[in-house]
Design a protein around this ligand. Structure first.
Ligand SMILES: Nc1nc2c(ncn2[C@@H]2O[C@H](COP(=O)(O)OP(=O)(O)OP(=O)(O)O)[C@@H](O)[C@H]2O)c(=O)[nH]1
Length: 737
């Protein structure tokens, strides 16, 4: 027996056969009819439609046989499919290939076999239509011819099955696709509307319904432009298209499909009018739709709601407008620079105005830099480089020359916008600060003059905080108080003021701060660094801001120490007796007037004592004038010890002394003082080894508030009383009656 060899395309043949899904399928009438016909036409008891699987031949249809399959290696069909025509074995017992075949030697005892290969349209021999007899014989020519035709019919059945199968697959795919599309249509919020070529609406998606408020039933069948289009907008677009295409365009469906007609889809912003009358900005993409022959059959419009974006755009443009206007008002411009393209992206009107350039043509970076002088340009470029690398903001004031050649000053501020640690753009503000700069320069000049005035002033000057701390001092003041300016600025005026003068000074400062006085002048004492007293003439004023809040004190300090001492000396000279240093007649008269006034005011009494030394001339004559002088000094000391500090002991010249007891309660008080004086002379006075006994005669006059006496009267009274004392024997006192 010879096992049939395999066809050259066996692998793909088996694959094709498998995909036919025919193996082990149920019997089909059409196949069975053809098998029966073959059996009848060829007059054989057996007819089979076999299909050759990898290891078996399977019978799709069979007549006169109960088996459903047999092994491939013993099959006759395995040989038959290798040829193109009928494979005919008249007597298997005469053929070496089959003589010992189990199908020949055993059931079904094949003797005659004729099979026509069943070849698919893509040239795979799948099996055979064969007729079998248990006796040796041959087919007639007609039978062969018919068997071939029947074979073609079986092939057609198999081909129909293939086509059906393809159709099944396609319809399954179509179903999937339709399901997908329907799901997509109903799940998206986008509005999807299809129309035919004339704009008749053929579908209206769920998204369209919720976007526009109409149901599909209300809209499908309407012609575009339909109830939800803004006719004014369409009219405007028609007008634009007329210009573009240079021919009149009507306000019609055409405005939506002008591009689609040229096989392009077009996206454009439109306004939809909802059923409730409100409008909705949308971005509408219109796409032409073609059938499988490439024929245009309609249009698809997909629209999405851009109201949020529009609102954001409006807000942005509103904010940009506000920024632009506030920038103009504040004279501050804004700019933006894109780092990737190294291009200026935006300048506000104010930036153009400062440059004296006309918008909207933006200069390149290089051009923009030419407005700065070379040195400033280098500085600015370096700063921008640094900002780009580090994101560090900058704020610079630079000289600038406008497009029309005007020299101004500008302030440029900027910072980098960073994304993922990298600067993507720079934004900033730009300002003309020329007038500010002019004021600043004027202020600087003024400040310099002010500084110069302070620094080089011949008198001491200081700026002092309201608390008293020196915040600014000049050299003249340092010279006055002996401190360096650094040392002085660590001190307060309180610390260097002579304690006795501080209270009055602080009082005046308070009045200044409280705005009760605007300035004050005083003479006061500072304590020099070397601890000596320095007399100064001080003039203090206060600086206030616009709402009169006090800011600091301004002090002018003049050293008057020398003048002060000279004055004191002169005063001493004018009002004092140079020998005894006691007040002289002039001062006494002043004190007397004062005492009389107080007497009247306070309902008191006072006494005037007139003293003349007894026989003083003898001292001069016997011991000399100098001893006389020394004696007079000692007398002065003794007299001072007999009175209170409020009383005045004066020398009137020669050996005459006058005492004002400015406040007595009774006449007896004066008497007591007179007795004390007389007693004090009891002690001898020791001068140059001479023990001198001295006495004095005293005349006392009293003035009481109830009976006041004028000063000159009182002097006369006391003088008269003194003479009475002399007359009465000296070394005594007498009251004027
Ligand atoms: N040493 C000295 N003598 C003076 C000074 N001024 C006046 N005298 C003298 O004082 C004397 C005053 O004398 P009188 O008061 O007139 O007479 P007296 O000797 O004191 O006698 P009685 O007053 O009558 O007790 C005169 O001799 C003056 O020359 C002075 O400043 N120094």
């Amino acid at each position: 027996m010879k096992t049939p060899s395999l066809p050259h395309n066996e692998v793909s043949r088996l694959e094709f056969l498998k995909n036919l899904n025919i193996l082990d399928s149920l019997p089909e009438q059409s196949f069975d009819d053809l098998a029966t016909l073959a059996s009848e036409i060829c007059k054989t008891p057996i007819a089979i439609i076999t299909l050759l699987d990898e290891s078996r031949q399977w019978f799709k249809s069979k007549v006169g046989l109960t088996a459903t399959e047999t092994p491939r290696e013993i099959s006759f069909c395995g040989h038959a499919i290798l040829g193109n025509d009928i494979f005919e074995i008249p007597n298997a017992l005469d053929d070496d290939r089959f003589i010992d075949n189990p199908l020949v030697t055993g059931n079904p005892n094949i003797r005659f076999y004729a099979g026509i290969p069943l070849v698919s349209s893509v040239n795979y021999a799948l099996g055979t239509l064969c007729v079998i007899d248990q006796k040796a014989r041959e087919l007639s020519e007609e039978q062969r011819h018919s068997l071939k035709k029947l074979g073609r019919l079986v092939e057609a059945l198999i081909e129909a099955r293939i086509q059906y199968q393809k159709l099944q697959e396609m319809s399954a795919a179509l179903f999937d696709k339709t399901t997908f599309l329907n799901t997509l249509l109903s799940s998206t919020d986008e509005s999807i509307i299809s129309t035919d070529l004339n704009g008749l609406i053929t579908s209206f998606s769920r998204g369209s319904e919720s976007m526009l408020g109409y149901t599909a039933d209300e809209v499908v069948g309407l012609k575009t432009p339909a109830i939800f289009h803004d006719v004014k907008e369409m009219h405007q677009r028609a007008h634009e298209l007329s210009h573009i295409l240079n021919k009149p365009i009507e306000t019609s469906f055409y405005v939506f499909i002008s591009q689609a007609l040229q096989r392009k889809s077009e996206t454009r912003e439109w306004t939809y009018i909802r059923k409730n009358g409100t409008s909705l900005p949308v971005s509408l993409t219109v796409t032409p739709m073609y059938d499988n022959t490439g024929e245009l059959f309609g249009y698809l419009g997909v629209a999405h709601d851009i109201s949020l974006r529009k609102q954001a755009e409006q807000e942005t443009s509103y904010m940009a407008g506000i920024l632009e206007r506030t920038g103009e008002l504040a004279k501050v411009g804004g700019w933006e620079f894109d780092i990737a393209s190294m291009q200026i992206k935006h300048w506000t009107t104010e930036v153009f105005r400062i440059h004296e350039l006309d918008p909207p043509q933006l200069p390149s970076l290089e051009q923009a830099m030419t407005f700065y002088p070379p040195e400033s340009r280098r500085e600015l470029e370096a700063t921008i480089d640094q900002a780009t690398q580090t994101g560090m903001p900058w704020d610079m004031e630079l000289p600038f020359t406008t497009a029309k050649g005007k020299h101004i000053w500008v302030r440029t501020q900027g910072s980098a916008i960073m994304r993922d640690g990298k600067a993507t753009s720079l934004i900033g503000a730009f300002q003309d600060i020329t007038s500010q700069k002019t004021v600043e320069n004027a202020l600087k000049t003024r400040e310099k003059s002010f500084n110069d005035i302070i620094e080089y002033a011949p008198i001491g000057m200081a700026i002092v905080s309201l608390e008293g701390r020196f915040t600014r001092v000049n050299q003249a003041l340092c010279n006055i108080v002996g401190y360096s300016s650094e040392e002085l600025m660590q001190l307060t005026f309180q610390e260097i003021t002579f304690p006795d003068d501080l209270e009055a000074d602080l009082e005046r400062v308070s009045q200044l701060i409280e705005d009760k006085i605007s300035t004050y002048q005083t003479q006061k004492r500072y304590i020099h660094k070397d601890k000596r007293i320095v007399w100064v003439q001080l003039s203090v004023s206060i600086s206030r801001d616009q709402d009169r809040t006090p800011k600091y004190l301004i002090a002018q300090i003049e050293d008057i120490t020398e003048r002060k001492y000279q004055h004191e000396e002169a005063e001493q000279f004018a009002y004092h007796d140079p020998l005894t240093n006691l007040p002289n007649r002039r001062m006494l008269l002043s004190r007397l007037h004062h005492a009389l006034m107080q007497t009247e005011r306070f309902y008191r009494a006072m006494a005037l004592m007139f003293l003349d030394l007894d026989h003083f001339k003898n001292i001069n004559d016997s011991l000399g004038h100098d001893v006389g002088d020394m004696l007079l000094k000692e007398v002065a000391n003794r007299l001072l010890k007999c009175v209170r500090s409020i009383d005045t002991v004066s020398r009137h010249g020669g050996d005459e002394f006058v005492i004002v007891l400015s406040e007595i309660s009774h006449t007896e008080d004066a008497e007591l003082v007179a007795q004390k004086i007389i007693a004090s002379f009891k002690e001898p006075i020791l001068i140059n080894g001479h023990e001198i006994m001295m006495s004095t005669s005293i005349g006392i006059a009293v003035s009481k508030h109830e009976k006041p006496t004028k000063a000159d009267e009182l002097m006369k009274h006391a003088d008269k009383a003194m003479y009475e004392a002399k007359g009465a024997g000296r070394n005594r006192y007498c009251f004027h009656d």
